[in-house]
Design a protein around this ligand. Structure first.
Ligand SMILES: N[C@@H](CCC(=O)N[C@@H](CS)C(=O)NCC(=O)O)C(=O)O
Length: 218
């Protein structure tokens, strides 16, 4: 959902959003979403699903172009976008642990995905950023932003210090969450709901949040 909203905002495409309670999906949503998952984009009467497909559709439909012009760069941006589910799983694994031991065990996986991304930024960019390709926020940025934003939020409690070892990822994540496009891509209550979800699911970080609520959210 968030990735689609970032792209819609970046391209100044007017849109309405309906948020779904994923624990209680309405019938109308199940009828239009083939996998019962968000996001779904309704374009006139047509339904699109899957974040990648939606982002690529918007990219082809509307300017400004968010992919690099260079064909090789564009292909590699898409390849790194394909890595997002693995990356997101590596980071969210860390904060979905229920015990300190479990969290410790998942550090290696988190480090592995961060290593790859740090190398990708070093190899791909050839400039000072701040985004994946340079000065402009691109589709690959829009794909990673939601997961980096969630991680930075929970790390206020986890205090893993993990990103300290990855200066390029760390600076990139900071630029993403500071960007208006990313900040305005979630509703006001998003972080409260996100925290509620982590608490409800019995994750260790949820307990830390309950003990020390109100750490300043970025
Ligand atoms: N590959 C899909 C994954 C979408 C996805 O997993 N959405 C989650 C929320 S982030 C969802 O709808 N979960 C509800 C469920 O699986 O029942 C995409 O990128 O659009």
């Amino acid at each position: 959902m968030q990735r689609a909203v970032i792209v819609l905002r970046a391209k100044s495409i007017p849109f309405d959003v309906t948020y779904i309670d994923l624990r209680n999906k309405p019938d109308w949503f199940l009828e239009i979403s083939p996998h019962g998952k968000v996001p779904v984009l309704k374009v006139d009467e047509e339904i699109l699903f899957e974040s990648n497909a939606i982002a690529e559709y918007l990219e082809e439909a509307e300017t400004p172009r968010m992919h690099p012009d260079d064909l090789i760069k564009r292909a590699r941006n898409r390849a790194w976008t394909d890595f997002v589910p693995t990356f997101a799983g590596g980071l969210s694994g860390l904060y979905s642990a229920k015990t300190a031991d479990g969290q410790e065990q998942r550090l290696d996986t988190a480090r592995r995905v961060l290593d790859k991304l740090e190398t990708a930024l070093a190899d791909e960019r050839g400039n000072d950023g701040p985004f994946f390709n340079g000065a402009e926020l691109s589709l690959v940025d829009a794909a990673y932003a939601p997961f980096l934003q969630r991680f930075l939020h929970v790390d206020q409690w986890l205090k893993s210090g993990l990103l300290d070892d990855y200066p390029l990822v760390s600076a990139w994540a900071g630029a993403l969450i500071d960007s208006d496009l990313v900040q305005g891509s979630v509703p006001e209550e998003f972080f409260a709901e996100f925290e509620g979800n982590l608490k409800r699911r019995g994750f260790l970080v949820g307990a830390l949040m309950a003990e020390a609520p109100g750490v300043a959210a970025r």
